[in-house]
Ligand binder design. Structure first.
Ligand SMILES: [Ca+2]
Ligand SMILES: [Ca+2]
Length: 392
């Protein structure tokens, strides 16, 4: 159960670039020349990016593959590319860009129709898988009604990709990306409550002696998990210096924010995206989590990584485009919080849910939804496996 959720969370780990921005980037951004400060330290040459950088960004959405394939094909159409250059973000969100679909080439339209048919089939397969898991084989299922929950395409017409499909895709992706962290918090809370509930249910099945032993063991594990070296405040000078020294093998005396930025902007597009930020926290996470330890839950490790990314993004991304530019980064390195940070409260120092939330969870949510939640989790896991097998 845990490893299943862990796999799911790893696979769907978000690198969320605002989708509209992603579209604009894919089409507008030229490769940014790398200007490294080589006066102080020797750092390896970086290669120029070969592909438009944002095209490889995994949005973490469950329809990521479809989204990216649609973008790839639209990108091939000259008319659409030109319109995109001349349409501002607000108009894109209002659906003006989607209307331009009527003018893209027949060849691209045919490919988009095909993509949509594949996506509809994929969703039908998922619904079928979910139904099988719930043991509802004998019940007639209204596929059409179930498909309506997937709002990013129009199911009334499963055969062709129309303006409405592009409009829905833009609106859903923008909305889902904006809510990603909020949904993630909720999902994690449910994970922790389920875990604690299961543990306590298990205790009920034991006799007094066994239960006492089990509870002592649990307390020991908690203490062991909480006993780790000091975790640096994410995004602080101390934290980055540790990466510079231990991961990059550079002299701490030579620490230079601009060189650091260029070194860790892995795709060389001039921005830290969410994935590049998250990669910076591995050293800190290794202080707390070891996959071979019983007490260290790797789902929690990934949540801690995302918390760190969310925190740094909130602090540093001043124009809220979900990317950290070099300028934003350099401004942040001049702040007091960078030089003299507060201590960082790790995940285990705060319970993910209140007692009241747990009561409510057990009273209402749990009894009603356990079966379907389990099935959904499994079917989503199947879906991500499917995704990864198709991508690889
Ligand atoms: Ca980058
Ligand atoms: Ca920014």
């Amino acid at each position: 159960m845990i490893s299943r959720i862990h796999n799911k969370m790893c696979l769907s780990r978000a690198l969320l670039t605002g989708w509209v921005l992603l579209l604009v980037q894919v089409l507008c951004l030229e490769a940014v020349p790398i200007s490294m400060d080589k006066t102080k330290v020797h750092v390896p040459e970086k290669r120029e990016p070969e592909e438009p950088p944002a095209a490889s960004v995994d949005t973490g959405l469950h329809y990521d593959r479809y989204l990216r394939e649609v973008i790839d094909f639209l990108e091939k159409d000259q008319h659409f590319r030109e319109k995109l250059h001349n349409t501002d973000m607000e108009d894109i969100k209002q659906g003006k860009l989607a209307k331009e679909l009527d003018f893209v080439s027949h060849h691209v339209r045919t490919k988009l129709d095909e993509l949509k048919r594949q996506e509809v089939n994929r969703l039908r397969t998922l619904i079928k898988a979910k139904q099988d898991l719930e043991g509802g084989n004998d019940i007639a299922v209204d596929h059409q009604a179930l498909l309506k929950q997937f709002e990013y395409l129009n199911h009334n017409n499963p055969h062709t990709f129309e303006v409405d499909d592009l409009d829905r895709l833009i609106k859903s992706a923008t909305n889902d990306l904006e809510n990603f962290d909020k949904d993630r918090h909720e999902e994690f809370k449910q994970y922790e409550m389920t875990k604690d509930h299961d543990r306590r249910e298990h205790l009920k099945t034991l006799d007094d002696d066994e239960r006492k032993k089990e509870e002592e063991h649990y307390d020991e594990l908690r203490k062991k998990h909480a006993d780790h070296p000091k975790v640096n405040h994410p995004g602080s000078q101390n934290q980055l210096k540790e990466v510079w020294e231990e991961a990059d093998g550079l002299d701490p005396e030579d620490f230079d924010p601009k060189t650091f930025f260029n070194l860790h902007d892995s795709n060389g597009d001039g921005y830290f995206d969410e994935q590049e930020l998250e990669a910076l926290f591995t050293k800190e996470l290794e202080k707390i989590y070891d996959p071979t330890n019983e007490e260290d839950d790797m789902v929690e490790m990934e949540e801690e990584r995302l918390r760190m990314r969310e925190h740094v993004m909130n602090e540093v991304d001043s124009n809220n485009d979900r990317l950290v530019s070099l300028d934003e980064f350099l401004v942040a390195t001049k702040k007091k919080e960078f030089l003299e940070p507060d201590s960082w409260e790790t995940l285990e120092q705060n319970q993910a849910y209140t007692d009241e939330e747990m009561r409510e969870f057990e009273d209402h949510w749990f009894s009603r939804n356990r079966t379907s939640a389990k099935s959904l989790s499994t079917s989503r896991n199947k879906e991500t496996s499917w995704r990864s097998s198709r991508i690889s």
